[in-house]
Design a protein around this ligand. Structure first.
Ligand code: SF4
Length: 477
């Protein structure tokens, strides 16, 4: 019996690696398996953590808050402050106003924040809670002082993803707490918007590159310290982030630069179209070419020149690319992640002669597809690349088994399919709970290019050492 079962299991596993199964897998409509994205409030939480003294507040159930906290804590290995108003079944029937007022009162009294950011879970959105009027009623009932600063955003989980939630919350901060623009006067600051990025090292890299050009900047939001705070032996609930004064003055910026396009769509429209502030959005500066474009955009926006130290740094990145080119050139890759990350990564791989084959973007849209296809068409190495919007990692598994590649690139959710396909994996992305400190190494800028080249080339070399015939096992590679 045991043998029959195991034979049966084996034949099913083999069938699941066929084109026939792939077709059935791609025809499925009603089920998502391992979607490589999460819901809007998660992104809103990240945004809120980047404002100085801000307590993120989920208008919804405790379970959602616990899930967001545990995901982020596992990625960055830091405690994450986040409260909820503990909506349960009765709130789902009668509305969540009583929870929100009581929750605000308790959170204000217990955790003494300088500001709170409220965003909704799907339960609150399904019943249509009106957060704006609830917050007004909380002030009227003196649950919080009348002038206590609160930003809020609707973050329905049944549409969009974590990047939409980040965008909605950021726009919510500007709409709720930024002072009106003072005509043509500017505060002389460039506002750098990192987008949904869980690598604090990337945020530090942006600050280093921008300030090395002598540009006066504010990062909005700035969760760097919340994601990577020093160990002092004392717990501090609030880490430094964007100062309230600089948030309030944001609409007087001399300009905005958005480091990601797809996680800031609504905020960009608000800044550019409604507030008429000079702004630019760049492709996430992953790889040498994208970093060049970022620095040139900074130069064009501010008139500041690129210092010699950055030119030298670029030279070192070019040298690293040349030294490691042979390990990446011609290799086929599959990858998944957020749209902005994928655009940066594919540009980087094409420059290295890598061949992006399967590009799965669970939260990709049509503008993303067009931009990615144009990028692939710009290089002979992109000729066989295909974009899969709205697909999940079980779709990607079928692609890996029917049309194999040399490496999978993505976050830790892909480790099982990499194992099934028996290929190595480079962990790059926004949920990395099974490896340490990757979020502490930048993947943007020239230093990020060197880090990516090093990581990917060495994984291939490790694989070769592990699998090569005895007579090819050598110290020299
Ligand atoms: S999908 Fe809804 S229930 Fe699930 S964590 Fe997100 S907000 Fe909470």
């Amino acid at each position: 019996m045991g043998e029959a079962t195991s034979n049966c299991t084996q034949s099913v596993l083999e069938w699941m690696a066929t084109e026939e199964y792939k077709e059935k897998n791609f025809a499925r409509q009603a089920l998502v398996v391992n979607p490589a994205r999460t819901c809007q409030p998660f992104g809103a939480m990240l945004c809120a953590l980047g404002i100085d003294g801000c307590l993120p507040f989920v208008h919804g159930s405790q379970g959602c808050a616990a899930y967001f906290r545990s995901c982020l804590t596992r990625h960055v290995r830091e405690p994450v402050p986040l409260v909820s108003d503990s909506m349960t079944e009765d709130a789902a029937v009668f509305g969540g106003q009583a929870n929100l007022i009581e929750g605000l009162k308790n959170a204000y009294a217990t955790y003494k924040p300088a500001i709170m950011a409220i965003f909704s879970s799907c339960m609150a959105e399904v019943i249509g809670d009106d957060m704006k009027s609830f917050i007004g009623n909380a002030r009227n009932q003196e649950a919080i002082p009348a002038d206590f600063p609160i930003a809020f955003a609707n973050t329905p989980s049944f549409t969009g993803s974590h990047i939409t939630g980040f965008d909605n919350m950021l726009k919510g901060f500007l709409q709720s707490l930024a002072d009106p623009r003072q005509g043509k006067w500017t505060n002389g600051r460039l506002y750098v918007v990192p987008g949904f990025d869980l690598y604090p090292a990337n945020l530090r890299e942006y600050r280093r590159l921008v300030t090395s050009m002598g540009i006066y900047m504010t990062m909005l939001p700035d969760p760097t310290e919340a994601l990577d705070s020093p160990h002092t032996g004392e717990y501090k609930m609030y880490q430094p982030g964007t100062p309230m004064g600089e948030l309030a003055d944001a609409l007087n910026a001399s300009g905005f630069i958005f480091m990601q396009k797809y996680s800031t769509v609504g905020t960009r429209k608000f800044v550019e179209n409604v507030q008429k502030i000079t702004s630019e959005a760049v492709t996430m500066p992953i790889g040498i070419r994208n970093t060049d474009a970022f620095l040139m955009t900074l130069h064009e926006m501010t008139g500041k020149s690129i210092p010699a130290e950055l030119e030298a740094e670029r030279g070192r990145a070019v040298d690293a690319a040349i030294d490691a080119h042979q390990y990446i050139h011609g290799k086929r890759f599959a990858m998944y992640g957020d749209p902005d990350l994928l655009l940066g990564l594919v540009g980087f791989l094409l420059d290295m002669g890598g061949v992006p084959a399967h590009i799965v973007c669970s939260n990709g849209n049509e503008p993303f597809r067009k931009e990615m296809e144009a990028l692939l068409a710009s290089s002979p190495f992109g000729a066989h690349g295909k974009v899969y919007n709205g697909k999940d990692l079980w779709h990607l598994r079928s692609l890996l088994l029917t049309d194999p590649v040399d490496m999978l690139i993505g976050d830790s959710h892909g480790k099982q399919i990499a194992k099934d396909a028996d290929i190595p994996m480079a962990r790059i992305g926004y949920y990395l709970p099974d490896r340490v400190h990757l979020h502490r190494q930048p993947i943007v800028g020239y230093q990020g290019a060197i880090n990516l080249i090093t990581m990917i080339a060495n994984i291939f070399i490790d694989e070769y050492d592990r699998n090569c015939p005895e007579e090819r096992f050598e110290i020299l590679r």
